[in-house]
Each structure stands twice: as C-alpha cells, then as structure tokens.
Design a binder for this molecule. Structure first.
Ligand SMILES: [Zn+2]
Length: 146
C-alpha cells in the first residue's frame, strides 16, 4: 500500500476508535514506521528487497512495544507511553494493510501470510482505502447514536 493510503486509513481508523486527534497523529507516524526502518532501496536494491517486509513488518515487535508501554514503567511518562503505544498501533495497522496487498510476517518473522486483494498503487487500492474510511465512518456514526 502507498504511504498516503497507509496514513489515511490508519489515521481514520484510530480517530474513529478514539476520537483523539493526537492519538491519530501518533498512529499516522507509526503507519509508515515499518517501511521507514527498512531504509530506501538505494544502491543495493536486491539487498533491500530481501529485507523488505521482513523484521520491520513482524507484528510481534510492535505488540511487545505496546505491551511494555502498558506496564507504565516510565515515571511521569504517561503521555510518552501513550504516544509510543499509538505509534505501535499505527505500525500494526500498517502491517495489516500490507497483508491485504501482499505477504507479511505473522507469528514468526520468516513465516509470511497475506492475501493479494489488489496491486500496490492500483485504482483498487484507492477504492479499498475509501471503503475502509466510509466503513469506519458508518461504524463511528452508529456508535454515536447509542
Ligand atoms: Zn510496508
């Protein structure tokens, strides 16, 4: 999935779930984190390609970061822990979003799972992203009615 769609889909889902703009901003930063830590393809494309969607896309790392943040170990660090928690959530959503247009690691970093609903950057990807946004809006609107 393109970064712009990662940002939109992740930001909308987190804002829909929390109603907190700051949480949405942190999750949007996290939404490109797994790709950012891989670095740019650069001179050695095949070396980058081999690492692509490897460790950086292993959900267990981000679940662990999230879990550690829930322990509240940082003194007076509640805001920091909340920020890092939403970074981790953003990264997890990124991985889930990648899993619908290719394969990502799951329980083990080398064991990849996923479906290919569309090609990265295709019209279908934009339609999929729009559908998620609309669905989130509908779910959010219904939760407001109750
Ligand atoms: Zn990715």
């Amino acid at each position: 999935m393109k970064w712009v769609n990662h940002e939109i889909v992740t930001g909308v889902i987190v804002f829909g779930a929390t109603g907190d703009p700051l949480a949405a901003v942190f999750s949007m930063a996290g939404a490109i984190l797994p790709d950012k830590v891989e670095g740019r393809p650069g001179a050695d494309y095949w070396s980058w390609r081999a690492r692509h969607r490897g460790w950086s896309h292993w959900p267990v790392i981000y679940i662990a970061i999230y879990a550690i943040m829930q322990l509240g170990l940082l003194p007076h660090g509640a805001d920091v822990e909340r920020g890092i928690s939403f970074l981790a959530i953003g990264a997890l959503l990124h991985i889930a979003e990648d899993a619908v247009c290719g394969k990502v690691p799951f329980l083990l970093p080398w064991q990849k799972v996923g479906v290919r609903l569309f090609k990265v950057g295709s019209v279908a990807e934009y339609l999929f992203s729009m559908a998620v946004v609309i669905l989130t809006y509908i779910i959010h609107a219904q939760s407001m009615v109750k």
